[in-house]
Write a protein that binds this ligand. Structure first.
Ligand SMILES: [Zn+2]
Length: 96
């Protein structure tokens, strides 16, 4: 799937991968250009990542973070941040 979208028209800020476009996403009326083929980040995830990166000290200051209903695209990246004391929680997801 990733090879099919090879290109550099769009870049996912979460995983820094470039593609010709993002994948469509949505059950009844799929949005075009929505899902990152590599890390599965959606528009809201890319916006949140950019906000944290550009407008906060999230990546440098020490924080204790309880991530409820964690998004798959963020878990390994937040776990790798040495400044975070990071834990996840969810009622059903085995990811947390
Ligand atoms: Zn991505």
């Amino acid at each position: 799937m990733v090879l099919f979208y090879r290109g550099n028209r769009v870049e996912c800020p979460v995983c820094s991968s470039k593609f010709s476009s993002f994948l469509p996403y949505g059950r009844t009326n799929p949005r075009p250009n929505a899902l990152c083929p590599n890390c599965l980040a959606l528009e809201r995830h890319r916006l949140m990542w950019l906000y944290l990166k550009e407008k906060t000290n999230f990546f440098t200051a020490s924080y204790k973070l309880l991530h409820v209903a964690p998004e798959h695209c963020f878990i390994p990246r937040f776990e790798a941040l040495p400044n975070l004391d990071y834990i996840t929680a969810d009622i059903e997801s085995p990811l947390a």
